[in-house]
Write a protein that binds this ligand. Sequence first.
Ligand SMILES: Nc1nc2c(ncn2[C@@H]2O[C@H](COP(=O)(O)OP(=O)(O)OP(=O)(O)O)[C@@H](O)[C@H]2O)c(=O)[nH]1
Ligand SMILES: [Mg+2]
Length: 373
Amino acid sequence: MKRFVKFCIVGASGVLVNEGLLWLLTEFAGLFYLVSSAIGIELSIVTNFILNELWTFRDRSRNRGGSFNRGVRFNLVSFGGLAINMAVLFMLVTGGFHYLYSNLVGIACAVIWNYVVNLKWTWSEGSFGGFRLPETRAGAEGTVSVIIPTYNEKGNIEKIIPQIFSVFRSSNISGEVVVVDDDSPDMTWKAAQELGRSYNIKTVRRMTEKGLSSAVIEGFRHASGEFIGVMDADLSHPPAAIPDMLEPLQTGSTDLVIGSRHVSGGGTENWPRRRKIISMGARMLARGLTGLKDPVSGFFFFRRDIIKGVKLNPIGYKIGLEVIVKGRHNKRITEVPYTFSDRKLGRSKMDKREILNYVIHLARLYGHRVRRG
Ligand SMILES: Nc1nc2c(ncn2[C@@H]2O[C@H](COP(=O)(O)OP(=O)(O)OP(=O)(O)O)[C@@H](O)[C@H]2O)c(=O)[nH]1
Ligand SMILES: [Mg+2]
């Protein structure tokens, strides 16, 4: 049966719940019809989600994030549907139509919205499936792999690579860099390949997938070091801080090192106020997950063992937080100060959508915490 037909059948069952409650609550409980409608819709959201998960989108339900994550998305989409439904209902009732008829028209508009957004977002293909990293071979002892995700960072990658290898040389670090580029139009991947003639670089050019966190996870798969690090290409994360970050890992005193702007000695340079405020909000929202001062840092190093077999979710920008919450580090985490400086070349890829993704990511991580206890 066609998916849309299934979705409509599920929707129809929701309409029954919704209309039934609207009628009962308005006629018998004496509630204002808009209040009855809201309650009816909210309860039908839950029944609809369960039926869609088990039937309409069953093929997309396995291995693609958890029901919890989809449930949050489905609810958010449904709130949009609710707003559309209510607006149409109010308009038509004000125009003199009966509220039951008006509600049906409102629902029809909401169904179209719900189907399209749920298909493209809630149950979208491959957008936020979890990757479980295989329990692969041990990393080459004492070596480090630095993962750099890139999108249109040609100018920056040409600068940062020589800097990283100069730090490796002066600190006697045996290391490689894994550049994971999403087929950037400015051909960052090509620049990385060319640098690979002089430096120990693996370049991964992804043709179909996009996204910072999934790029980093792809980098984890290619990393051969005993220690793995992640840093941005745009020189916001100073290569000079690498030796200090690696040291507690090499001595075995910690399992995960977070480059931190918010411990003594750390800071930010030239960051616009708007970004500082967003970052502060992001840190506060993560408070219930970890007591770290900079849990949203994108600059971190860890012993590769801590993510072996761990299912990592590539949603959003904060892959570091994913490792902090899910990694097997027994809370052996150290924050090492560094100064973050704003990018000078290229453009930021952080946008409003990433803020929404962050909220969904957090909801998912809190869910993970609750399930784990
Ligand atoms: N492969 C890949 N890399 C990405 C993607 N989005 C961002 N990146 C890289 O991830 C790193 C961080 O992205 P930025 O745009 O600098 O994000 P940000 O640091 O939060 O934003 P700014 O502070 O404004 O620079 C950079 O090296 C980007 O090139 C993506 O979709 N795919
Ligand atoms: Mg940046």
